[in-house]
Ligand binder design. Sequence first.
Ligand code: MG
Ligand code: MG
Length: 259
Amino acid sequence: MIYYKTNEEIELIRLSSLLVGKTLAETARSIKPGVTTAELDRIAETFIRDHGAIPAFKGYGGFPGTLCISVNDVVVHGIPGNQVLQDGDLVSVDCGVILNGFYGDSAYSFAVGTVSEEKRLLMQRTKESLYRGIEVAKAGKRIGDIGYEIQTYVEQYGYSVVRDLVGHGLGRHLHEKPEVPNYGKRGVGTMLQAGLVICIEPMINLGRRQVIQERDGWTIRTADRLPSAHYEHAIAIMEGKTEILSSFDEIEKVLESQQ
Ligand code: MG
Ligand code: MG
């Protein structure tokens, strides 16, 4: 079943999701060649706990990290560890927190040093596809309208949409109904209505859409080993408007200051 949220609950999910954005921004300061993914994970965990929240991914289904850190051909669910980031890497960082009993969830893809034009465009267009999906996510539309928008936007560039992983409802649980695929048909699926809080999170591959899971039971990698990008916002469908609950503002302030 779908849990529709009250405005008070939506404000709590907003607080949680904004903390995720701040955590990603704090992490972004250290995303540079030479840093290990474990160091980034420590920074994020300390920041979350210092703000009175709990890292939501740590221990979720047995996941060992605070962040999912997915480098280049890793799509999502990369486990933080000894991997050293290199100039030219594309790194997707996904973060969740629990604050006041509500989850926040958001993700952003970063360039490490200078990336190829191919990767830069993949990141830029994946982020754009997220905002296009959000743009159609209004009361009275359906889940399929979101996926259709994302899919048609990215496929014009020859990219592909990962099918095996999807967005989701968000609230007192990290993954609630409904599923929010990043592909689909117009006018199909659950109707969006006030009180629905969902995460839209396109995972877009430069090459083919097929993915494989590594033996660690988590890491999802592209089958063709070409890079993938991932951005995620939590949004709330409200009467007459849709609000983005998470924010990339803090992250992008850090990125601008680094240029
Ligand atoms: Mg996420
Ligand atoms: Mg999510």
